[in-house]
Design a protein around this ligand. Structure first.
Ligand code: CU
Length: 707
């Protein structure tokens, strides 16, 4: 376990990176000698979850946007979703849904993972591309092989968990059998939850979900330095409610295949992945939660590769170079629920017809260790993004005098849809260890993200039609932001380019063991930030009163700082080891021509006390969040009041293989509105713009058995 964690840390030695180690029952933080990385250990089987992105929420620089029960969107320094580079075992998985209900991390459960690492500050180009925020790197457990003359090994673990709030239950199983050459593994995970209750005891409707995942893996150890592996995974969500969307997910099935090679030829290290995912996504309304019928389908096919190489060329320089490509096609269509009568028929509404987004990237990076205390990382990369889409059609030309939407469809079809973006990124940073107790890393990064298919190609309401009730409904179906508004794409969008200046200052005791403090200030100017302009307020139909918005480029500015630290407060045989930890963050984001950016987390701070004695541990977390006063007026983002949550945790390692954990989340059953939850359009009216209420008290239990 330690070795796996250590290896993945060594791969990205950036001062501003942070790691969640899962489940890391036995990992000792001090075994990780790279002072350049922090890690957050989760000595708690209650952290086994199918919503693995939620585990990142306590890392410096990270906050999370509510997105259903199991599709949380991580946000780094106020930039979320497609702006964050997310890599799962070397793969890029793109959301195949106009509301981004199935982002990359929704396909992994934490029980199969070894590490989740976040680079919140400057990102080396080898870890970047087609993103302007930081990078999240998620790695599955590496296969083990029989050693020391054993003919085979058999190992694995299983976790069962239960959360009182929402009556959630889940089960994860990992089994591996290996000889000294071959490892065969199986992982299964199933999880189900009902609607949770808020701090007032009210049920928050449409927060339920039910999912299942399975994977089979095969690894072959060619020799001590070369391993080739293959994995096939099948993930199914049977239902998932989205109270901040007008639609729910009623089915999401994805099949994923991957082949990987990790090894070394002479001095050259190679890390290569080839992958493919097919996704079929279906939205409608969960009828126990809300009424209506509007079938919406999305299908995507994604194929990609990732080739990373590293070669030490002198005592000082190591060259890193490689290429990655991602080839994504998507269809998005809405069959008529009413046939020939009514406004949603007789045609099938074609939202995106054979959309393509193909990206190919190349990078070159120099890691130089000039002296024992001074190192630099300089890199350039280019990404070429080609996009195109076919012709579209609305539900009808004119039924009952409310056409839906021949004018926009004809005008959109008459335009050229083909786009090519040639982007380049640059990273320059240096790290100086100025004493045995302190080091500083500082530099500059230029990063670029091209628009996604929905931002560029969704068309209803944007190409000349007078927006009537049915068109406002079409627009409300496009909303990756949970803000209750309706959106239309824009063929003229340019890629967004972030220019970031950032520094990370790290202080620690001489032994680098008993205390650490890390401060990361940052300042980012974003040219052509993909934001919105108002097309007005819907005046007719079932969506009257909602905001209608078009994606447009705006220049924007973001700045802020993260502070984190930990100190061992006592360590003796009588009381065990006590550690106090803190994480706090402040971010401000604004459009240059006025107004605040959407979904920027207000100032927040968390203080944790952990006590470990022998086989037992207890912990207390206090999380304080300031009121959200900086809001995006274009999206009518609601303000949210300040709140403080208290969680209690306890765990006991019964013997070598069995561990029991208990947590009481939101101990005082506080009622609070989530600052990044979006607006609740299921429990409240569409136009009341009421923020989603957070979860009230929950008693969570988990048992983990290793074998
Ligand atoms: Cu969806």
């Amino acid at each position: 376990m330690n070795k796996i964690v250590f290896l993945s840390l060594a791969a990205i030695s950036v001062l501003a990176s942070d790691v969640v180690v899962i489940p890391a029952v036995s990992v000792d933080a001090t075994s990780l000698s790279t002072a350049s990385s922090d890690m957050v250990t989760l000595p708690n089987a209650t952290n086994v979850t199918g919503d693995s992105a939620s585990l990142l929420k306590d890392l410096p620089g990270v906050s999370t946007n509510y997105n259903g029960g199991i599709a949380t969107l991580p946000s780094i320094h106020g930039l979320a979703d497609t702006r964050v580079k997310t890599e799962v075992d070397g793969m890029t998985i793109t959301s195949a849904c106009p509301n981004h209900m199935n982002p990359a991390l929704s396909y992994v459960d934490s029980s199969e993972l070894a590490t989740m690492e976040v680079i919140a500050g400057l990102t080396p180009v080898s870890q970047g591309g087609d993103s302007i925020a930081g990078t999240i790197v998620v790695k599955s457990k590496e296969p083990k092989f029989a050693t020391n003359g054993e003919s085979y090994i058999f190992y694995g673990d299983m976790t069962g968990f239960e959360h009182s709030n929402g009556s959630a239950t889940g089960f994860g199983l990992n089994v591996n059998a290996a000889t000294d050459k071959i490892n065969i593994g199986y992982s299964g995970f199933a999880e189900k939850s009902g609607d949770y209750r808020d701090g007032h005891g009210n049920i928050v409707k449409d927060t339920l979900f039910n999912q299942q995942k399975q994977s089979l893996s095969l690894a072959y150890k060619i020799d001590s330095e070369n391993v080739i592996s293959a994995k096939i995974s099948k993930a199914d969500v049977f239902y998932e409610g989205f109270p901040n969307q007008y639609m729910d997910m009623l089915a999401n099935g994805a099949t994923n295949r991957e082949v990987s090679y990790k090894g070394r030829i002479g001095a050259l290290s190679i890390d290569a992945d080839l992958y493919n995912q097919n996704t079929a996504h279906y939205m409608n309304k969960i009828l126990t939660e809300r009424t209506g019928n509007m079938p919406m389908n999305t299908e995507s096919k994604e194929t990609g590769y990732n080739l990373r190489m590293s070669l030490p060329v002198s005592d000082v320089h190591t060259l890193k170079f490689g290429s990655d490509g991602d080839f994504f096609t998507l269809d998005d269509w809405w069959p008529s629920p009413t046939g020939t009568s009514g406004g949603m028929g007789p045609n099938t509404f074609v939202n995106i017809n054979d959309g393509h987004r193909d990206r190919i990237g190349f990078y070159l990076e120099d890691d130089a260790q000039w002296t024992k205390r001074f190192s630099t990382n300089i890199g350039v990369r280019t990404d070429i993004v080609k996009m195109n889409t076919g012709d579209v059609v609305g539900y009808n030309s004119n039924v009952n005098g409310t056409a839906n939407d021949p004018v926009d469809a004809a005008a959109f079809n008459a335009k050229d849809h083909k786009k090519e973006f040639k982007n380049y990124d640059l990273t320059l940073m240096g790290k100086y260890e100025y004493s045995d107790m302190g080091e500083i890393e500082a530099g500059f990064a230029r990063k670029t993200r091209s628009p996604d298919l929905y931002e560029l190609y969704t068309w209803a309401g944007g190409y000349g039609a007078t927006i009537n009730g049915p068109i406002a409904m079409d627009m409300a179906m496009i909303n990756t932001f949970g803000d209750g508004a309706g959106y239309v794409g824009n063929l003229d969008l340019k890629p967004e380019v972030a220019n970031t200046f950032s520094a990370t200052w790290l202080l620690h005791d001489i032994a680098d063991k008993s205390w650490h403090v890390k401060l990361t200030p940052y300042y980012t100017m974003i040219q052509n930030y993909i934001d919105v302009e108002s097309l007005g307020t819907a005046t007719a139909g079932g969506y009257a009163g909602i905001e209608l918005l078009r994606f447009v480029n705006h220049d924007a500015l973001m700045y802020g700082a993260d502070l984190s630290g930990d100190v061992v407060t006592w360590d003796n045989t009588q009381y065990g080891k006590g550690t106090v930890k803190t994480v706090m963050g402040y971010t401000r984001g604004m459009r240059k021509d006025g107004g605040s950016l959407y979904h920027v987390m207000p100032f927040h701070a968390k203080l944790s006390l952990d006590e470990v004695k022998g086989a037992a541990n207890i912990g207390l977390d206090v999380q304080a969040v300031a009121s959200k006063d900086s809001i995006d007026s274009l999206r009518k983002e609601p303000q949210t009041p300040a709140y403080t949550l208290v969680d209690l945790r306890a765990g006991y390692q019964i013997n070598k293989s069995i561990r029991f954990d208990l947590a009481v989340m939101n101990l005082f059953n506080l009622a609070y509105a989530m600052p990044l939850g979006g607006v609740d359009v299921v429990n409240y009216t569409k136009t009341s713009l009421t923020p989603i209420q957070g979860m009230g008290r929950s008693v969570d239990m988990a048992v983990n058995v290793k074998f």
